[in-house]
Design a protein around this ligand. Sequence first.
Ligand code: PBG
Length: 335
Amino acid sequence: MPKFTTPIAPFPASRPRRQRRTAFTRDLVREHHLSASDLIWPVFVHEGAQRIEAVPSMPGVSRLSLDALLPLARECAALGIPAIALFPVIDPSLKTPDGAEALNPDGLVPRIVQALKQQVPGLGVLTDVALDPYTSHGQDGVLDANGRILNDETVAILKQQALVQAAAGVDIVAPSDMMDGRVGAIRQALEAAGLIDTQIMAYSAKYASAFYGPFRDAAESPPQFGDRRTYQMDYANADEALREVALDIDEGADIVMVKPAFGYQDLIWRVKEKFRYPVACYNVSGEYAMVKAAAQNGWLDEKQVVLEMLTGFRRSGADIILTYWAQQAARWLNG
Ligand code: PBG
């Protein structure tokens, strides 16, 4: 008796290697595809003119002023990348305990959104809804006297932040801080303001991960005390991620996200299987830095590894991948 029932005839009637013999047949039977249209490019922005600052822990990534960003944004559009995600690096003199600069309609992010929507109208723009770039203590929320991160008080500010970004014309707001109830609060605020077309990409299952280390260098936003484990998820949990995703869908998210991506592909798969909803994953800074470092040492072939990694996210069920390799990968895929 055969141990497993297969839907194909047993060897030698079936010789699976026939499908792998030539490039054309491998092309024909390939199940999952990666293309530029699956990618979102996360980019660090700051004030200034022709200000381009390399991020040491993320070789190939720079913080950019608007004038330096515009040509690259046009290039993204030309490469077929649908959207870019803005991450601001805020001048330390503007940081306060309550992150009030996040609500400035003339602040860095709203100005860049307006310029991008005017000058590169075909390119989608996402903005991060979170306070950590704006708070003097680097946490994602406002604090009580004991340094606890307050949920509902923070959500009240996030609502206003999302409204400022949406009023500036952003296409997608992306709440990233894991406060409870933020997606519903933002959705209601947008509806009440008549901003019914603004999409919400929710960082639904965002884990407290050491793989964000290089991002915190890039954004100059590390927490000044403690860590983020009272709001970001424990990496030992998976069922909890499904509950977080369910809540965000009920609250009005258009797209849900799993973050990090590499090492969390079981979650991408489970979220896709359970909800059949648009799923994004974030190929985070630490995943980028590891591959870059190995490639720079000649230990890995960057192009081959990146295409394998990103295709793996698609195979796991991701519709959308945020990756610092977006432009490079699009060039590889188009070329
Ligand atoms: C903060 C934010 C972080 C990342 C995206 N948005 C850092 C954090 O939560 O600590 C990480 C992205 C990356 O590592 O590439 N709102």
